[in-house]
Design a protein around this ligand. Structure first.
Ligand code: DGL
Length: 266
């Protein structure tokens, strides 16, 4: 059961979901948040559906034990492979990143084709293809997986020459100017947005669903009288299943407030 005073729980396989947490924390300034980065099991994007579903379940159950009032699955791979299962099992609202990602993309371009960059698991699940269809888009959607971008983001190489080379390499046989939009369908990729922009210039609009997801959750909680609307000091908790050296600079770059940091055993 959700209660007004509970925090909002957010999980990702690692640090990528912090791009979503940032949007949530900006849109809902008086909410408490508990973020769980499953660094010990990263990456999810190369693993099977059964394994990702099991890890997602473990993360979700742990966060529920912290008394969260809503769960954000801030990982595209986990959303693609485990969202229906989590919704079925939990008695709190559970939001994923794929539906708002597609909506954000269609908000800026109805033109086809669209290019989705995501993990191998997300691409092969075809969750994006199905969601574009579900939202009434029947144009062409191309997908590309870019596994090396995940460790580069975890390493904090957001705007680095090697990151740009890797992006160039992944897109080398793609005529980017044909696309109406480029959707960053992995929460790690927005951390590298500056590198994408440097490589691609104005060739294509780049988007992802973080801001829209935050708005959707805020209005949902508002309707249910579960949204903190009074100014109050809030608790931001960052939990990780293993130690991570890159975490503090990333947290400092994204958040100005104090974040309580703890490594947990899951
Ligand atoms: N952040 C994850 C996602 O959005 C991908 C990283 C990983 O492979 O674990 O899919």
């Amino acid at each position: 059961m959700s209660s007004l005073t509970g925090p909002i729980g957010v999980f990702d396989s690692g640090l990528g979901g912090l791009t979503i947490l940032k949007e949530l924390a900006t849109t809902m300034p008086w909410e408490d948040f508990v973020y769980l980065g499953d660094i010990a099991r990263l990456p999810y994007g190369t693993k099977s559906q059964q394994v990702v579903a099991k890890y997602s379940n473990t993360c979700a159950n742990f966060l529920c034990q912290q008394g969260i009032k809503a769960l954000v699955v801030a990982c595209n791979t986990a959303t693609a492979m485990a969202l229906p299962l989590l919704r079925q099992q939990l008695s709190i609202p559970v939001l994923g990143v794929i539906e708002p990602g597609v909506r954000a993309c269609l908000d800026i371009s109805e033109k086809n084709p669209i290019l989705v960059l995501a993990t191998e698991g997300t691409v092969k699940s075809e969750a994006y293809l199905k969601e574009f269809q579900r939202q009434g888009f029947h144009g062409k959607v191309d997908q590309l997986f870019c596994p090396l971008l995940v460790p580069l983001a975890e390493e904090g190489w957001f705007d680095h020459s090697i990151t740009k080379d890797v992006i160039r390499n992944y897109l080398s046989s793609t005529d980017i100017s044909q696309y109406g939009a480029l959707l960053l369908g992995c929460t790690h990729y927005p951390l590298l947005e500056q590198s994408f922009r440097n490589v691609l210039g104005d060739a294509v609009p780049i988007t992802h669903g973080g801001a829209l997801l935050a708005k959707q959750l805020a209005s949902f909680l508002g309707e249910k009288n579960l949204l903190q609307t009074q100014p109050r000091p809030r608790a931001m908790t960052f939990l990780s299943t293993d130690q991570i050296k890159a975490s503090l600079p990333i947290l400092n770059a994204l958040f100005t407030e104090n974040v309580f940091f703890k490594t947990i055993d899951l």
